[in-house]
Design a protein. Structure first.
Length: 263
């Protein structure tokens, strides 16, 4: 599936000037070719070839499986390359101690950790409470927040009367908690009316106001336009605090099987 998505994306960008888009990709330890002499080099160069690129703009260590080893391999791969050939280096689903460890490994090779990608939403602020956001701000690291809308649960689209598809993975997580989620969506809807916008844009605006860059999955042009509009919504400190307190007292657990609560 990942290879197919890379090929499809490559077909979309093939006629665009290279300075008109940014491309990120990821190194996933569980997907390496164990028979390759250098599994890291093998994976990234296959990905570049699939997309007909000479470099990525951001490249991620996607999870913490043998992370120190693979961070070291990444550093060795990029250490002798020209600055313009080195992407921003990022980590996904790492806790604070793992992030600091990776930063130290990269530093040995005169490379910098530039990006973090973790689950972060009104229902999962563990990356904030554990100090990851503060660490990123202090060290010039961009924090990319994924699942800001909790796969649509915080969009206002779903409710106890209109739950997510019953047999879907997200339905199994969110539907049993939909009564509580519905209360938060009502709060989001009230704030959306105050700002003359859509309910789904409030969690996005909240994440932006917190100094993060939301990763928004889009399938329609209007969703791209919504993301642009979210950047223009300025929530004040009281609105942010009220939202967070309200969400926290609902005690909703949305940590998924592939991730962990950041501590």
């Amino acid at each position: 599936m990942e290879r197919k998505s890379e090929e499809i994306l490559a077909s979309f960008i093939k006629d665009l000037p290279r300075n008109k888009y940014l491309i990120s990709d990821k190194f996933t330890p569980q997907c390496i070719d164990t028979s390759a002499e250098n599994p890291f080099k093998d994976m990234i160069e296959k990905q570049l070839k699939l997309m007909n690129l000479t470099k990525f703009d951001i490249y991620w260590i996607h999870n913490v499986a043998d992370a120190p080893k693979w961070t070291e391999e990444l550093a060795k791969y990029f250490k002798d390359k020209k600055p313009e050939e080195i992407p921003l280096i990022g980590l996904s689903n790492h806790n604070l101690s793992e992030i600091k460890q990776a930063a130290e490994i990269l530093k040995k090779y005169n490379l910098k950790l530039s990006a973090i990608q973790n689950h972060y939403s009104l229902l999962n602020r563990s990356s904030e409470k554990s100090g990851i956001l503060d660490y990123c701000k202090s060290n010039g690291i961009c924090f990319f927040s994924y699942m800001v809308l909790e796969q649509g649960a915080l969009s206002g689209k779903y409710s106890t009367k209109n739950p997510m598809p019953e047999n879907s993975e997200r339905g199994k997580i969110y539907n049993p908690q939909m009564e509580k989620i519905e209360k938060l969506n009502q709060k989001l809807e009230e704030l959306a009316k105050k700002h003359n916008t859509k309910t789904a844009l409030i969690p996005m605006a909240w994440a932006i106001c917190k100094g993060t860059l939301p990763i928004i999955g889009v399938t329609k042009t209007e969703q791209v336009e919504d993301a642009v509009q979210a950047m223009k919504i300025n929530l004040d400190k009281n609105e942010i605090s009220d939202l967070e307190k309200f969400a926290e007292q609902l005690d909703i657990n949305v940590i998924r099987f592939w991730e962990k609560e950041m501590k």
